[in-house]
Design a binder for this molecule. Structure first.
Ligand code: GLA
Length: 373
């Protein structure tokens, strides 16, 4: 269990001088494979982490929300959920945006004191913002006695918040896995129909998340422009989205050079995600490893969303893992985290080598997360 829940409770008591009525929690996520395909209606394979965001809450007499963010320098935010949130970077617009959209649905019962505490490394591609949005949403729903609310709908609201109040034209993957994923299982999600199935990982495999140490800052513009490239490519190919492209029959010559690169990444990544889920079902770690290496190369060469330091780290990790497993950058790109698979019996050795040789050689970040075994 994440330590964030206890931290939120203790800090709430310290800040507000009373015990909270409840503590809501939402995890972060790591995407195993399928990046930059969610907003192209494709298939993704993310997995919730044990780390995440906790929100302690207590009803108050008036209609205001008083929010303390213990991880953001103890900042305080007070607002009425009926007010239109400001459009800006940072946690204010996410929290205010969630409250505002849930209020529009009649789901904010009254005023609340709220305290946020999390243990996810930020800026590392592990969905700290989706985790924050869903944790706030769950706290508000608990306070309104609406715990049966649809996780899919909550995910859609959190995505709207990113679009409308944070200026990020993100897909639905992060919010869906954070709201509806099951700890310890990957989620094969169809981002068009929003149907999914849980994918259990073999007990004798490990999934490890390594911080690259390259933080994702000011990359919203690059993210949004990739999305625009993909939409333009779909239009030029005469399809509703790149999901509809037939990998065998497509002719990329109608596209400009950049659009063709982006489209080739998306079309091949959707197919790799399908094959990766099958490789997990078949317990074929060698096959999965080769798909992970291909996925990284595609993000680097076709989608041009990697970073030279991360490329060197991924190459080094693939060498120390060998054929039974593999590594790739995960998430939106331009830095962030790397996900790797290896045999569970090899995990201690791999983590040991990262700590001993990888950090001085390649500048990995401090936190290494064991996401599975
Ligand atoms: C970010 C976005 C997601 C998704 C990934 C890339 O995490 O929030 O919607 O597009 O990047 O796969």
């Amino acid at each position: 269990m994440s330590g964030a829940i206890e931290t939120a409770r203790t800090r709430f008591e310290r800040s507000f001088g009373a015990s909270p009525d409840g503590v809501a929690f939402a995890p972060g996520r790591v995407n195993l494979i399928g990046d930059h395909v969610d907003y192209n209606d494709g298939l993704v394979l993310p997995m919730p982490l044990a780390l995440g965001t906790a929100v302690a809450w207590k009803r108050r007499e008036d209609e205001l929300l008083d929010v303390r963010a213990s991880d953001y320098g103890d900042e305080v935010l007070q607002f009425h959920p009926g007010e239109e949130p400001p459009v800006q970077d940072g946690w204010h617009s996410l929290v205010h945006g969630m409250a505002h959209l849930l209020q529009e649905e009649g789901l904010v019962g009254g005023g609340l004191d709220l305290l946020i505490a999390g243990d996810l490394p930020r800026g590392s591609g592990l969905s700290s913002s989706a985790s924050l949005c869903i944790a706030i949403g769950r706290a508000l729903l608990e306070a309104a006695g609406a715990m049966g609310y649809s996780p899919t709908r909550l995910a859609q609201i959190a995505q709207q918040v990113e679009h409308r109040f944070a200026g990020v034209a993100c897909g639905i993957m992060d919010q869906m896995v954070v709201a509806a994923g099951k700890e310890g299982k990957a989620m094969l999600l169809d981002c068009r129909s929003l149907e999914w199935r849980q994918v259990g990982l073999p007990e004798d495999w490990s999934v490890i998340v390594v911080q690259s140490g390259v933080t994702r800052e000011l990359v919203d513009g690059a993210y949004n422009s990739r999305r625009t490239d993909c939409e333009a490519a779909a239009e030029a190919l005469g399809v509703a989205s790149l999901r509809d492209v037939d990998p065998a029959g497509v002719d990329y010559s109608a596209l400009g050079e950049t659009q063709a690169l982006r489209a080739r990444h998306v079309v091949s990544e959707i197919e790799r995600t399908r094959q990766a889920a099958a490789a997990i079902d078949d317990r074929d770690l060698e096959r999965l490893g080769s798909l992970l290496r291909d996925a990284h190369a595609s993000m680097r060469d076709l989608f041009e969303a990697s970073h030279p330091q991360v490329d060197a780290q991924v190459d080094w990790l693939n060498e120390i893992i060998g054929a039974q497993g593999g590594a790739r950058m995960t998430g939106g790109g331009f830095g962030g985290s790397i996900v790797l698979f290896c045999e569970a019996s090899e995990a201690d050795r791999v983590v040991g080598e990262i700590d001993r040789d990888g950090k001085p050689l390649h500048g990995f970040g401090e936190v290494t997360i064991r996401a599975h075994n």
